[in-house]
Design a protein around this ligand. Structure first.
Ligand SMILES: NC(=O)c1ccc[n+]([C@@H]2O[C@H](COP(=O)([O-])OP(=O)(O)OC[C@H]3O[C@@H](n4cnc5c(N)ncnc54)[C@H](O)[C@@H]3O)[C@@H](O)[C@H]2O)c1
Length: 259
């Protein structure tokens, strides 16, 4: 087991990739704090883990709120005694043409995808520094952060921001032996993409399901990514196997993007 004795917090853990990472971390021996705006969903995933013999607790958090991020870390410490791993997975997307992108759209995506990463990372890093034995922060970026898309400006920019924040945080925390790395998934079969498909279909005058099918055709490995496909990289970047790796964002996207 790669994460035995570690305490991990996974934001956005109620569904999709956050759920898959939470379950896999528990299998690898970590005690998991499943944190989400959807408290009921977070509790459900924590129950799934305990039913399988693991240790987990669900907690409610809005990652945009610094006090709530602090409370999330406090929950981990109260319940399990430390924080060793933080996965900044909570994220939101809206598909909107450039000229129609409003301040509210921008603030929504940057609020969760970037400010949330800042506040949760600060809260966890303060605790990791106090503990004095290093730590791991893993940020969910996206292939959308590697390039622009006409209908996805704010989300692409927010994920490019996550890649940049990963680099700055890695440098800021290197002296404390806290590794900060990212994962850039491709098109992942989660509730998020069900919604993305509908939004693209409306904007492009396509049938529901058509945008997803079109995008899948361009994936070199020939199939849509499953939430479980990111869990290997998430374990690696949270484990001692990646102790000499920091500042990196790893593409886990079926070969869609070269670097
Ligand atoms: N699905 C994809 O194709 C894809 C691709 C690349 C990157 N990503 C990124 O990976 C991450 C996970 O994506 P997913 O597809 O599993 O998403 P999802 O929508 O299925 O799950 C996201 C979770 O985040 C939670 N959340 C949203 N706002 C929150 C907030 N303010 N505070 C706390 N929790 C909040 C939601 O309640 C939900 O449980 C996101 O950061 C997303 O941007 C997704």
């Amino acid at each position: 087991m790669k994460l035995a004795g570690k305490v991990a917090i996974v934001t956005g853990g109620a569904q999709g990739m956050g759920r898959a990472i939470s379950l896999r971390y528990a299998e690898e021996g970590a005690k998991v704090v499943v944190a989400d705006l959807n408290r009921e969903g977070a509790d459900g995933v924590a129950q799934e883990i305990t039913a399988q013999g693991g240790e987990a607790v669900g907690t409610g958090v809005d990652v945009r709120n610094a006090a709530q991020a602090d409370a999330m870390v406090a929950t981990a410490v109260e319940r399990f005694g430390s924080v060793d791993i933080l996965v900044n997975n909570a994220g939101v997307i809206k598909i909107i043409p450039f000229l129609e992108t409003t301040e509210a759209d921008w603030d929504f995506m940057f609020g969760v995808n970037c400010k949330g990463v800042l506040f949760c990372s600060q809260a966890a890093a303060r605790r990791m520094i106090e503990q004095g034995r290093g730590g791991k922060i893993v940020n969910l970026a996206s292939q959308a952060g590697r390039r622009g898309e006409a209908l996805v400006l704010a989300y692409c920019a927010s994920k490019a921001c996550v890649i940049s924040m990963t680099q700055s945080m890695a440098l800021a925390l290197a002296d404390h032996r806290i590794n900060v790395n990212g994962i850039a998934p491709g098109i992942v079969d989660t509730p998020l993409w069900v919604d993305v498909d509908k939004q693209f279909a409306k904007l492009l005058n396509m049938e529901v399901g058509e945008p997803k099918a079109t995008f899948i055709k361009s994936i070199p490995l020939g199939r849509i990514e499953q939430p479980e496909d990111v869990t290997g990289a998430a374990v690696f970047l949270a484990s001692a196997d990646s102790d000499y790796i920091t500042q990196q964002t790893l593409n886990v996207d079926g070969g869609s993007w070269p670097s």
